[in-house]
Design a protein around this ligand. Structure first.
Ligand code: COI
Length: 355
């Protein structure tokens, strides 16, 4: 159990007005959680303080070699007034898996959950309630040793910041266009592709800019060795409905084990839909498209929730997914997952945790 010190802000900010659409990740609440780590002392000095810039030595290791872990989860305000988190234990487990992979000391799970709950409770008034909105929670750890050599840091900071958000993509639930990347790669097995760390996202920027310039929202990555097996979208995992079956890339060590991905698989199985987690060759998607059996494509992620895909481009082939509208299962999954998150749909799977 953490002993959290509190320092309340004396200059609270204005809450976002209901009429302004919330752009993802642009507004931050009044407080943040901070905790320090030092070899020999462990994690210590847990505090909730006013949201503010942090001061670091320019030689802090995170700036040079990128030793950092981040996570993303959301809090929702249910109609009955409860504040709900969605499967936070999955994010905490993944955070510590990332920590292990990049030599950051683990954070005790119960302390991690307590920190999330306490900071969310502190800024509960910031949880937006309009359809499609939530309070995005961003826990992260950075390496802070002032040192220019390459080794794990001996000191770290763990922070949790909060941001009231709307849809991740400006398209909202409208289908996005996805560019299948054949020039650059994101990750390979044995690397850090399954860790949630900034390096995976910086690796994606060049292709993302290229895709944006061509009018596409996101990049779908192929595997880095054969350049033919489908991996993930970077901000989302990917699902295909082919001839009545739900198909998604198997967790192979180079893609992120998404919490929403796991939720989609479990819901589809509960609905009696066949689900296959396996290698998917891009030519299989092209063939399904040509045969007319590519029934739906959608991405899943905490930020994006469910994002229908209306068009895929691979080399010179542009694949229009059905009529380009929101697919039946994309809509059903979106409604069910957000329904559970908001406490409107019965949570038979025990996924929500009250703050
Ligand atoms: C999330 O879905 O929470 C993520 O961390 C993805 C990020 C690109 C916003």
């Amino acid at each position: 159990m953490l002993n959290i010190r509190y320092e309340k802000t004396t200059t609270p900010k204005e809450l976002p007005t209901r009429d302004n659409p919330l752009k993802f990740g642009t507004i931050f609440t009044d407080h943040m959680f901070v905790m320090d780590y030092e070899v020999g002392k462990g994690w210590h000095d847990a505090r909730i303080i006013p949201y503010q810039p942090i001061s670091l030595d320019p030689s802090a290791m995170v700036f040079h070699y990128g030793q950092e872990m981040f996570e993303g989860l959301k809090a929702y305000k249910a109609e009955d007034g409860r504040t709900l988190l969605f499967r936070p234990e999955k994010n905490i487990e993944r955070a510590n898996n990332t920590n292990k992979r990049i030599c950051i000391p683990e954070i005790p799970e119960e302390d991690f959950l307590q920190a999330i709950k306490e900071v969310v409770k502190t800024d509960e008034a910031w949880i937006p309630t309009k359809p499609g909105t939530s309070l995005y929670i961003r826990p992260f750890v950075i390496a802070t040793d002032p040192f220019l050599g390459v080794r794990p840091s001996d000191t770290y900071k763990f922070l949790i910041i909060l941001s009231p958000v709307g849809a991740y993509y400006p398209e909202g639930l409208n289908p996005v266009k996805i560019w299948i990347e054949d020039e650059y790669v994101r990750a390979v097995k044995g690397g850090i592709g399954e860790a949630k760390t900034g390096a995976n996202y910086v690796a994606s920027l060049k292709s993302q800019v290229k895709a944006h310039d061509e009018g596409y929202s996101q990049v779908l990555w192929l595997d880095g060795v054969h350049r033919k097996y489908i991996e993930e979208v970077g901000a989302m995992n990917i699902f295909f409905k082919i001839d009545g079956k739900i198909v998604t890339p198997v967790l192979n060590g180079s893609i992120l084990p998404g919490v929403t991905r796991d939720s989609v698989i479990r819901l589809c199985k509960a609905w009696g839909l066949p689900v296959e987690e396996r290698k998917i060759d891009i030519t299989e998607i092209k063939e399904a498209y040509e045969k007319g059996t590519l029934e739906e494509v959608f991405g899943s992620g905490t930020a994006a929730v469910i994002s229908p895909v209306g068009q895929l481009r691979w080399e010179d082939t542009i694949m229009q997914v059905k009529d380009g509208g929101i697919g039946e299962y994309s809509q059903k999954l979106y409604d069910t997952i957000t329904g559970i998150q908001l406490g409107k749909v019965k949570d038979t799977l025990g996924w929500t945790v009250e703050v």
